[in-house]
Design a protein around this ligand. Structure first.
Ligand code: ATP
Ligand code: MG
Length: 218
């Protein structure tokens, strides 16, 4: 099925959502260190089907983004590439995914939603933010030296009961936007993501044409 069946052992479940166009070491290091810091049993990598924030932009097909996610996560027994959002039609909202996971898993399974620090800044404006707060603990990945006070102030001002754990990830200024731009410009993307993902990008001739997109910080 689209979700890994609860085999009775997983109690602390991480969810790493993203466009993953392509998945890269920023995502993987973040998920791994979140897993370790919060003692997660499993991290679901959830490529977005029709990303709510990327309407109107050209995005690789869901199957290609899912395939790269499988390749990049294959060797980690605590990582699972999840088809759930790409098998749903329409725009993906975090709250819908969290609700579905909440319904699917036993009530003693705790949900942890992992995001980059950039996303945490506007989480209070996400659809049904207050419900998100009740469904999952947020894990916000920051860089060493990153000032979390702005995010904390916004969350406090919202009045929503968010439980946010901040974890410091060693500086990783890797983004999918930069990888796509490098592929298009025929520059090296080695060591920014796994060899298997790079091979898939080359084999399927991803990111070679299309208009160069602005550096999206999301
Ligand atoms: P794009 O450049 O196309 O926006 P991206 O690299 O930001 O892509 P996304 O798929 O948009 O990747 O991000 C998915 C999740 O991973 C988001 O929560 C985002 O904040 C987080 N993230 C992205 N890049 C990093 C990174 N280098 N380190 C930690 N978290 C990251
Ligand atoms: Mg982004």
């Amino acid at each position: 099925g689209p979700l890994p069946s609860a085999c009775g052992r997983e109690r602390r479940l991480g969810i790493m959502g993203g466009t993953f166009d392509p998945i890269h070491y920023g995502h993987l290091v973040t998920a791994e260190q979140a897993r370790e810091a919060l003692e997660l049993d499993l991290v679901l990598f959830m490529p977005a089907g029709s990303p709510a924030f990327k309407r109107g932009k050209s995005v690789s097909t869901p199957e290609d983004r899912y395939a790269m996610t499988v390749l990049a996560t294959a060797a980690n027994p605590a990582f699972y590439a999840c088809r759930f959002e790409i098998d749903r039609k329409g725009i993906t909202y975090t709250v819908d995914t969290l609700r579905a996971l909440r319904d699917y898993y036993a009530s003693d399974v705790e949900l942890f939603f992992i995001t980059g620090a950039d996303a945490i800044l506007d989480i209070v404006s996400w659809r049904d933010a207050e419900q998100i707060a009740g469904l999952a603990t947020l894990i916000a990945a920051t860089r060493p030296g990153y000032d979390i006070s702005q995010a904390q102030e916004r969350i406090e001002a919202s009045g929503f009961p968010f439980d946010v754990r901040y974890i410091e990830i060693p500086a990783l200024a890797i983004s999918s936007t930069n990888i796509r731009a490098r592929v298009r410009a025929n520059k090296s993307v080695r060591y920014l993501t796994s060899e298997s993902v790079i091979g898939f990008i080359r084999k399927n001739r991803l990111y070679l044409d299309g208009c160069p997109d602005e550096g999206d910080t999301r």
